[in-house]
Write a protein that binds this ligand. Structure first.
Ligand code: NAD
Length: 472
């Protein structure tokens, strides 16, 4: 049983001043596995003050010193890979293979940021000017519950590479993952205040970070409505704001695709992280001429998918994070049926044999029109919609008919054709015949999926401000 009542401020774990206590539940068993006392607005102010003090020195560090810090963080997080993996499974039911990937990714972020910084010119000549890429200042890093370790570490890595001290606010739904990551980061022995971590409600700790004049930059990952709120309150103090938000990704199957490789990838894209992924490919666009064979193959594949204990390596779909998320997904499955979509796999209710835990059936609808709720809204569960299209232009039109534009997938056996389609899709990233991301490439959303980019050079630049010094 975890009892978390501390925040990480100024290099030490200190008791929080807040008094609200939340319980955290293992979603596979519905057992309470911990409690967390949430930080208050005053705690957030203390954390911001600590970051401001650290910023003075951090801003003047050399590239080599920052790379050294990043490498120490990589080593420290790598040493905690198993703890992070286990917390990810226990606290939000990530299947073991996914949880393992997330925990390795967390340490990889620091190595990637070090590599990017090493090759990045922080000073350059432009005409008569010398342009210095300077740290933007103290950064507020706000994370969602569905990707705790990865989001904390990727944002922190870019912030440190740029020379920015930070105040990190993960979700109040992931205290155990937060504590495990905080302990790992602490063991790297960085100077006090370079990063500070506290759990708290969005409405007070999150709002304090988004409005406090001591914070220059917000890097937020979460839902689109929260992102809009943060951007609107942040503008008062002219914060630089990067937003990684909601997705409703299209997977476009071209008529020349090899179904034996494309369908497993498309299902993996849809159901990754139990469907709780911003990049989940939940709209599967299929040529009308191939819909029947696709449905048959999808049905057969879903019938063999193991749903259950996320610690079991054969499990493909584990539980959803909590009862609210479980009920929300059931609502969308009901809505799909009510609006006339054809249920071809799964459906409402509990998977057979699972009478405890927030499990849902991996569900597939066919005959989905793009104006149905299941095609328009982010469900955040293992629910896939198959939409038929008539020709390539029609596929592109349907894929782009969304307020979101985070990631898209294309499956085809012709590289040039796939690239032509990819170039017309309104998405920050398009993956062709794969679902594995490129972690050095920019990541972020078009339209209401966000603003700005993370990862690689673009992620580093999101924490830098150019300053031109022009001499006579
Ligand atoms: P959320 O927007 O509810 O919360 C995200 C974070 O914002 C939490 O830490 C929360 O406490 C905080 N917050 C809430 N109100 C706030 C406020 N007024 N001011 C400051 N902070 C506030 O999102 P969630 O439910 O935790 O996460 C799921 C959402 O995140 C989904 O929409 C998903 O698509 C999105 N997401 C996007 C990406 C991406 O990279 N684009 C990655 C993961 C998740």
């Amino acid at each position: 049983m975890w009892n978390i009542d501390k925040a990480y401020i100024d290099g030490t774990f200190v008791p929080v001043q807040g008094s609200e206590v939340v319980e955290t539940t293992n979603p596979s068993t519905e057992q309470v596995i911990g409690t967390a006392t949430l930080a208050s607005r005053d705690d957030a102010r203390r954390a911001i003050a600590a970051a401001q003090r650290a910023q003075q020195t951090l801003a003047r560090t050399s590239k080599a010193e920052r790379i050294d810090m990043l490498m120490r963080l990589e080593t420290a997080v790598l040493a905690s890979t198993e703890r992070i993996r286990d917390a990810t499974i226990d606290e939000y039911g990530g299947p073991v293979a996914r949880a393992q990937w997330v925990s390795e990714y967390a340490s990889q972020c620091f190595a990637n940021a070090a590599k990017v910084l090493d090759g990045y010119p922080l000073t350059r000549r432009v005409g008569d000017a010398t342009v210095f890429m300077t740290p933007v200042g103290v950064a507020g890093l706000i994370a969602p519950w569905n990707s705790t370790a990865g989001t904390i570490c990727s944002k922190l890595a870019s912030a440190i590479a740029a020379g920015c001290a930070s105040v990190i606010k993960p979700s109040e739904l992931s205290p155990i993952q937060t504590m495990v990551v905080a302990e790992a980061l602490h063991s790297a022995g960085l100077p006090p205040g370079v990063f500070n971590i506290l759990l708290g409600r969005g409405a007070d700790v999150g709002d304090e970070i988004s409005t406090n004049p001591g914070v220059a930059k917000i890097s937020f990952t979460g839902s689109t409505p929260t992102g809009k709120l943060i951007a609107s309150v942040g503008i008062e103090t002219m914060k630089r704001v990067s937003l990684s938000l909601t997705g409703k990704s299209a997977s476009v199957l071209l008529d020349d695709a090899d179904l034996s490789s494309a369908i497993p990838l498309a299902l993996n894209a849809a159901f990754m992280n139990n469907g709780q992924a911003c990049v989940a490919g939940t709209r599967f666009l299929v040529p009308r001429s191939r819909v029947d064979e696709v449905i048959e193959q999808v049905k057969a594949a879903v019938a063999t998918m193991h749903v259950g204990d996320p610690r079991d390596p054969s499990t493909v779909v584990g539980p959803l994070v909590n009862r609210a998320q479980h009920d929300r997904v059931q609502h969308f499955i009901r809505r799909g049926v009510e609006q006339g979509a054809l249920l071809v796999a799964g459906g409402e209710g509990r998977p057979a044999g699972l009478d405890k835990g927030y499990f849902v059936n991996p569900t597939v609808f066919a005959g989905v029109r793009n104006d149905m709720d299941i095609a328009r809204e982010e469900i955040f569960g293992p629910v896939l919609s198959i939409l038929a299209y008539d020709n390539e232009d029609d596929a592109i039109r349907i894929a782009n008919d969304s307020i979101y534009g985070l990631q898209a997938y294309v499956f085809s056996s012709q590289a040039e054709r796939a690239e032509r389609v990819a170039s017309q899709l309104e998405a920050g990233t398009v993956l062709i015949n794969r679902i594995r991301p490129e972690l050095l490439a920019p990541f972020g959303g078009l339209k209401q999926s966000g603003m700005g980019r993370e990862f690689g050079v673009h992620g580093l630049e999101a924490f830098l401000e150019p300053k031109a010094v022009v001499s006579a």
